[in-house]
Design a protein around this ligand. Sequence first.
Ligand SMILES: [Mn+2]
Length: 454
Amino acid sequence: MGVRFIHTADLHLGSPLEAVGAQSTQLQDQLREASYTAFERIIDLALDESVDFLLIAGDIYDQKSRSVRAEEFLATQLGRLHQDDIPVYVIYGNHDPLGAATTYVEFPPNVREFGHDEPEEHVFSIDGEPRARIWGQSYRTEAEGRKMHRNFDPTDRSIPTIGLVHTGLNAEGSKYVPCSSAELAELTQFDYWALGHIHSPRVYETNPPILHPGVPQGRHVGEPGPGGCVLVELEDGNDAEMEFIPTSPIIWDVHEVSVEPDVSADFDLTTIDGLQRYITEKADSISAERTSLGPQLPIPVRQPQWDPDGYICRWRLTGHGEANELLNSADEDVLDRLITRLRDGVNQTKPFVHTERVVDRTRPPLGDVDDLRDDDRVVSEFFELIENLENQPEARFDLMETLDYDNSANIWQRVEDPEAIRDDKLALTEERFEDLFERAQHRVLDELLRRRAK
Ligand SMILES: [Mn+2]
């Protein structure tokens, strides 16, 4: 006999989505409603799938923007589960610690909240017969250095046993329940680790599962969609079955748009109009294809029955091309004009496609770089160096280590969890390293070409 349940976390209800320059009232309304709709879909799913219970692994609210409306909404939605006798197990995280809680509205009696003093066990039963043990502990304050899970101590494992932890899964950290997935896996009484705190879905282990479901609805371009929750089935003697279910009405994403002549030949990228038409065409095709890019996960991702309401896109212009000269023309802020025009222009499609930003990473038109590569010793050595760095993971690792070198003059710190960053450092993520590496290459090469051209 097993149990089926939904695992969600990091709802951050009541906190607005960021959309730079979202002037349209309708769009602003849609953004405000998106996190609510995503949570409503989780409740719909729980009812449709007749799950045994719902787990919420922390950060239901942003304490700072906690609102009566958000609490009323939660109470109503959780009340729908109460009518179907579905309990909800909740821990609180760093954004809604219990020590600072202000409560405006009472939750229905099916909601079981874990305290902050010590770990607690709640037993899920059907007709008086225990079916699952759930262990958890809430944050007392915004920072929790306690290794709470170490005191999780289930009496037996005759029924499925689940641990709820709000953690950055950073063993070296001090603020968000420091631990590693290996440390959790050592606690062999547990059949599932329901984590919260990291906003993108990540599956660290599948047997027993250790995972972050991510946010049900992303709030900015750093939380690309679709967000969702995880539907889980635990049965004795079998591996856990899991499925990621998308829930977010609005999907944030970063799209690369190459200005290289061979891919943009139909457009005149020496004018703002040409560039606007080129990006608008990309936007229209995203809307027409209704792409709901699922996250890359080692578990199945369900294709949603609904269309997204819209996409909020960052366009990252890349490649060598004439657009570079247009975008860098000195007397006029071409990029700002382009963004304004795109926002005014492409909002009409359904699903809508809104421009969050346009980022210029273009480079001057490619001249005779291939000739130089063969003839010029400095240029050819430069390419050799880049290829070595690209092909040797150790060399890249060394380079990252060098950037992270701990002295006070260094601004970078390598982190997995952006919230764990020191106040005087910038987060050096894999993504930012890639970006720095690429831009450094471009800068050197462009300078070499400029000097050779003289
Ligand atoms: Mn958190």
